[in-house]
Design a protein around this ligand. Structure first.
Ligand code: ADP
Ligand code: MG
Ligand code: MG
Length: 876
C-alpha cells in the first residue's frame, strides 16, 4: 500500500526537510524541527501525491488515504491521551495547506477543528476559561465558513464589529465570555444563512471537509493564475498539514508571534519580529491589534523569550540560512509552528551571505551562490523610497534600472538647455538617436514610447547608468504641442511638469516620487572580491568616454570590451567636420575634413588609455550608417553649404543620394571602411598615435582595433592589412607599441565561416545585439510592437535581446568559437552585446569557453558575480 501520511511528534518524524516535494515546504520543515527536538505540536502531513492522484483520478481520492488519516489520528490521540473533538480535554486540530514552493493563493488555514457545543462545554469545565473557549469557537466558524465554504469573511467581521460597538470596546480581547458566546451564536446563524446548512457538529466531518477543501484549492483560479504568473511548474500539488492546536489566546501568559532570525531588510544579525499577547493564528499579521516588537517579549515572559532565542540559534545553525519562523505560547509553554527560508532585500542578501561565511556557518563559495546576481542591480542605482506613495499612470519596459525624477522636456536640445539653467529634466521622446546623446547625458532619465530593450535609448541609458523606461506604447507623445496623453486614461503631462520613472519596474508617475540613495557597502565589496578569486572569465566594460571608463574601473572592470567611436563624432565642435567628410565629393575633400578630426580622436583615445592604464581597450572603428550624421533640416544644411562653398540644393541632393531604405543593413560598418578607406585610416592613426603618446607618458596601453560588421573573411583581410600598414607607419615615426587587430562577429555569415575569418583576427568579440537581430530577422528598434506579445504567448520564452537565445543564436556563438580556435588556438574571444551583463547569458559564455564578457559599467558587478557562479557550477 502506498504511503500517503507522514507523522511528526516529540523528537521523531517520518519525514525530513529534504522531502519538500512530497510533504510541501511547511510539512517537511515541521518534520525536520520535530526530528531535531524542537517543541513542535504533534501532527501529520498528507502528501502532495494525494493531490496529484486526486486530480489524475477525476477528483477521487486514492484508496487508503482516509484509513491512513484515521490511523494517524488515532496515534495522535493515544500519545496525547486526548480524544479528537470529544471529552473534557479534547484534542483540537489545525489544517494547513503547503506546497513545495510557498504560494499565496492556496487555501488559508483553519484552526480549532473539533469544536461543537458539547465539546465546548467540556472544555469550559476543564479550563475554567469560558472566554477562551468561545473565542476558539467563533474563530472556527469564521475560518471554516470563509475558507471551506466560501462565506465571505466580511459577514463575520461585521458581526464582530457590531458586538464590539454594543459592548463599547475597541478590541476583541476586551469582549467578555458572555459577549463572545453571543458572537458565536450569531456566527452560526450567519453560517447557515449563507450555506443553507447547519454548521457541522461531527468533528470528523469538519476535518474531512477541511482537508478536502485544501486539495480542491489547488486548482482554484487564483492558485492556477499565481502559478502561471510566477512560472511555477512541475509541482505534484499541495500537501495538507494536520496539527494539534496550541492556544495563544488563553490569557495574559499566552501569545503568538512571527520572527526572522536576522533583519530581512538590512541583513543585520539582529533578531527581528513581532508578537501579540492573548492572540491566535494570524492576528499578528492581520493588523487586528498593533503587534509589539520582539525585543519586548522578555519583559512579558522571560523563560519563553530565552527559549525563542535558543530556537533562533538552533534553526539558523541547522539550516545555515536565515529563517522566518512562527511561534505560539500557551500558558507560558513555548511552541514553534513553522520555519522557512526568509525572504530578503538585495542588500540583506549580500550582507547575510558574507557574514554567514565570516561566522564560519557556510563557506565562501556557498556565500557566492546565495546571492542572485540580478539582484545586485538594485544596489547600484538610487531607488524610489519603498514607503513612498506612487500611482503609475503608464507602464513601459524596465529598460535601465533606477529611479529618476525630472521635469518633462521633449528634445535633446531642450534637455541640455534646461539643465544648463539648473533644472532637473526627464527626456521624453518617441525614440532616441545618436544625435540625442548630449540631451540624454544631461537628463536624469529617459522615457520613450517606442523601441525595445536594445533600442538606442535603452542601450545608451544602461551604458550611462541612467534610468530609462522604454517602449511605453500607451503614451501618445505630441512633440509639437509638447504634451503627452495616456491611452485609456485622462492622465496627461506637458513640458515642465514633474514626472518620475522607475527603470527597475517600467512605471511612469506624474509628480516627484521621493528617492533614496543606493546602499552600496562593505559587504558587497567583500562578496565581489571573493567572486574575483573564483571566476575564470574576465569582465570588461562597454565604455566610450574616460568618465565611463573610470566608473567602470571602480566597479571592477578589467578592460574595455567595446569602445564605440561614433559618439565621438557628435560634439558641436566635431559634427561639422564629420558632415564635411561625408558630403565631400572626392577623396581630397574627405581627407581635409578628416585632418580636423584626427587630433580630436587622438585625444579621446589618450583619455581612455590613461583612464584604463595597463588594461586592454577594444576600440571599434566607425559602425553606424552615414545618414545618422547627415544634416536633415534646412538650417543645418545651409550651414554645411556655407562651410563647403556649395548651394543648398547641392547639399540637399547629396543628402538625398545617401539616403537608404534600410540603413541598418546598408552602407555601414566595415562596408564604409572598404569604400571610404580614409575614414578607418584616420581612426587607426589616431589610435596608434594615442598609444605612442600614452606609452611615452609612462602609461601601459593595450589597444585592440576592432573592425565591425564583417561578413566575409575577404573584408577583414583587406581592412587588417590597411590597419597594420597605418600602425607601422605611425611606429616608424617614433616607437612600437603592442596591439591587436580583430573583429566583431555579429553577422551570421561571419560565425558560420569563423575558421576563415580567424586567419585575419587576433580576437573575436561577439556583438550579440546585431547577431540576435540578424539571426532572428527582428529589427531591434521595431520589435517592441510584437516581442512583448511573443513572450506573453510563450512563442519565445524570453526577449532574445535581454537574455541570449542559447538554442539559436547561441549555436552561432558556439560555432564561431570552435571554428575560430581551430584556425587560431590562442584566439581571444569575448562578447560585447548587452547579453554580457545578463547572468544566464554569462553562464552560457562560460560554458562555451569565452575569455571575457563585456557589459555596461553598472552591470560589471553583476557580471563578476555571475561569472564566479558559472565557474563554481563546473564542479556541481
Ligand atoms: P501561512 O502559510 O499563511 O503561514 P499557517 O499554516 O502558518 O499559514 O497558519 C496560519 C496561522 O495559524 C499561523 O499564524 C500559525 O501560527 C497558526 N497555526 C497554525 N497551526 C496552528 C496550531 N496547531 N496551533 C496554533 N496555531 C496554529
Ligand atoms: Mg505560516
Ligand atoms: Mg553591431
Amino acid at each position: 500500500m502506498q504511503r500517503y501520511v507522514y507523522a511528526f511528534g516529540k523528537g521523531t518524524a517520518d519525514g525530513n526537510s529534504s522531502m519538500k516535494e512530497i510533504l510541501g515546504g511547511k510539512g517537511a520543515n515541521l518534520a525536520e524541527m520535530a526530528r531535531i527536538g524542537l517543541p513542535v505540536p504533534p501532527g501529520f502531513t498528507i502528501s502532495t501525491e494525494v493531490c496529484r492522484d486526486f486530480y489524475a483520478n477525476n477528483r477521487n481520492y486514492p484508496d487508503g488515504v482516509w484509513e491512513q488519516v484515521d490511523e494517524a489520528l488515532a496515534a495522535l490521540e493515544s500519545q496525547s491521551g486526548k480524544s479528537f473533538g470529544a471529552g473534557k480535554s479534547p484534542l483540537l486540530l489545525s489544517v494547513r495547506s503547503g506546497a513545495a514552493i510557498s504560494m499565496p493563493g492556496m487555501m488559508d488555514t483553519v484552526l480549532n477543528l473539533g469544536l461543537n457545543p458539547e465539546v465546548a462545554e467540556g472544555l469550559i469545565e476543564t479550563t475554567g476559561n469560558a472566554r477562551f473557549v468561545w473565542d476558539l469557537y467563533r474563530r472556527l466558524i469564521n475560518m471554516f465558513g470563509d475558507v471551506v465554504m466560501g462565506v465571505d469573511h466580511s459577514h463575520f467581521e461585521a458581526a464582530l464589529d457590531r458586538a464590539k460597538e454594543e459592548a463599547g470596546v475597541d478590541l476583541d480581547t476586551e469582549l467578555s465570555a458572555e459577549q463572545l458566546k453571543a458572537v458565536t451564536a450569531r456566527y452560526l446563524e450567519i453560517y447557515s444563512e449563507h450555506t443553507g446548512e447547519e454548521f457541522p457538529t461531527d468533528p470528523r466531518d469538519q476535518l474531512k471537509k477541511a482537508i478536502d477543501a485544501v486539495f480542491q484549492s489547488w486548482e482554484t483560479e487564483r492558485a492556477v493564475t499565481y502559478r502561471k504568473i510566477h512560472k511555477i511548474t512541475g509541482l505534484l500539488g499541495t500537501a495538507v498539514n494536520v496539527q494539534t492546536m496550541v492556544y495563544g489566546n488563553m490569557g495574559e501568559t499566552s501569545g503568538t508571534g512571527v520572527a526572522f532570525t536576522r533583519d530581512p531588510s538590512t541583513g543585520e544579525n539582529v533578531f527581528y519580529g513581532e508578537f501579540l499577547m492573548n492572540a491566535q493564528g494570524e492576528d499578528v499579521v492581520a493588523g487586528i491589534r498593533t503587534p509589539r516588537p520582539i525585543s519586548e517579549l522578555g519583559g512579558e515572559l522571560e523563560g519563553c523569550n530565552r527559549e525563542l532565542l535558543e530556537v533562533r540559534d538552533i534553526l539558523e545553525k541547522h539550516y545555515k540560512e536565515v529563517q522566518d519562523l512562527e511561534f505560539t505560547i500557551e500558558n507560558g509553554t513555548f511552541y514553534i509552528l513553522q520555519t522557512r527560508t526568509g525572504k530578503r532585500t538585495a542588500f540583506a542578501a549580500v550582507r547575510i551571505a558574507v557574514e554567514m561565511a565570516e561566522e564560519g556557518m557556510i563557506d565562501k563559495n556557498e556565500a557566492l551562490m546565495r546571492v542572485d546576481p540580478a539582484q545586485l542591480d538594485q544596489l547600484l542605482h538610487p531607488m524610489f523610497d519603498p514607503k513612498a506613495d506612487r500611482s503609475p499612470i503608464a507602464q513601459g519596459l524596465a529598460a535601465s534600472p533606477g529611479a529618476a525624477v525630472g521635469r518633462a522636456v521633449f528634445t535633446a536640445d531642450d534637455a541640455e538647455e534646461w539643465v544648463a539653467k539648473g533644472e532637473k529634466v526627464l527626456l521624453v521622446r518617441a525614440e532616441t538617436s545618436p544625435e540625442d546623446i548630449g540631451g540624454m547625458h544631461a537628463a536624469n532619465g529617459i522615457l520613450t514610447s517606442r523601441g525595445g530593450m536594445t533600442s538606442h535609448a535603452a542601450v545608451v541609458a544602461r551604458g550611462m547608468g541612467k534610468p530609462c523606461v522604454a517602449g511605453c506604447g500607451m503614451l501618445q507623445i505630441d512633440g509639437a504641442a509638447k504634451v503627452v496623453r495616456v491611452d485609456g486614461s485622462d492622465a496627461t503631462f506637458a513640458e515642465g511638469d514633474w514626472v518620475s520613472i522607475d527603470g527597475s519596474s517600467g512605471e511612469v508617475m506624474i509628480g516627484k516620487v521621493p528617492t533614496i540613495a543606493p546602499q552600496l557597502g562593505g559587504a558587497v565589496e567583500t562578496l565581489l572580491g571573493w567572486a574575483d578569486e573564483v571566476r575564470r572569465m574576465k569582465v570588461r566594460t562597454n565604455a566610450d568616454t574616460p568618465e565611463d571608463s573610470v566608473r567602470a574601473r571602480s566597479f571592477g572592470a578589467q578592460g574595455i570590451g567595446l569602445c564605440r567611436t561614433e559618439h565621438m563624432f557628435f560634439g558641436d565642435d566635431r559634427i561639422p567636420a564629420v558632415r564635411e567628410m561625408i558630403l565631400a565629393n572626392d577623396e581630397t575633400g574627405r581627407r581635409r575634413a578628416l585632418e580636423t578630426l584626427l587630433p580630436m580622436q587622438r585625444s579621446d583615445f589618450e583619455g581612455i588609455f590613461t583612464a584604463m592604464g595597463g588594461l586592454p581597450v577594444t576600440i571599434r572603428l566607425l559602425d553606424p550608417p552615414l545618414h545618422e550624421f547627415l544634416p536633415h533640416d534646412d538650417e543645418a544644411q545651409q550651414e554645411m553649404a556655407d562651410r563647403m562653398g556649395l548651394t543648398l540644393a547641392q547639399v540637399k541632393d547629396k543628402v538625398e543620394s545617401l539616403s537608404e531604405f534600410n540603413p541598418m543593413l546598408g552602407h555601414r560598418g566595415c562596408r564604409l571602411g572598404i569604400t571610404y578607406p580614409e575614414i578607418y585610416d584616420m581612426q587607426v592613426r589616431a589610435i596608434g598615435e594615442a598609444a605612442v603618446n600614452a606609452t611615452k607618458a609612462g602609461v601601459k596601453v593595450l589597444p585592440e582595433i576592432m573592425i565591425p560588421l564583417i561578413g566575409t573573411d575577404v573584408e577583414l583581410g583587406i581592412l587588417r592589412e590597411r590597419a597594420v600598414a597605418v600602425m607601422e607607419a605611425v611606429f616608424a615615426e617614433s616607437q612600437t607599441v603592442d596591439y591587436m587587430v580583430g573583429t566583431m562577429i555579429e553577422i551570421p555569415r561571419a560565425a558560420l565561416t569563423a575558421d576563415a575569418v580567424a586567419k585575419y583576427a587576433d580576437f573575436f568579440s561577439f556583438g550579440t545585439n546585431d547577431l540576435t537581430q540578424m539571426a532572428f530577422g527582428y529589427s531591434r528598434d521595431d520589435s517592441g510592437s510584437f516581442l512583448p506579445f511573443y513572450v506573453e504567448q510563450k512563442i519565445l520564452v524570453e526577449d532574445p535581446f535581454v537574455s541570449l537565445d542559447i538554442v539559436g543564436v547561441g549555436q552561432l556563438v558556439r560555432m564561431g568559437v570552435e571554428l575560430g580556435r581551430k584556425t587560431r588556438p590562442n584566439l581571444k574571444v569575448g562578447i560585447c552585446g548587452e547579453h554580457g551583463g545578463d547572468p544566464a547569458s554569462i553562464q552560457f559564455c562560460h560554458e562555451v569557453g569565452l575569455d571575457y564578457v563585456s557589459c555596461s559599467p553598472f552591470r560589471v558587478p553583476i557580471a563578476r558575480l555571475a561569472a564566479a557562479q558559472a565557474t563554481l557550477r563546473d564542479d556541481l
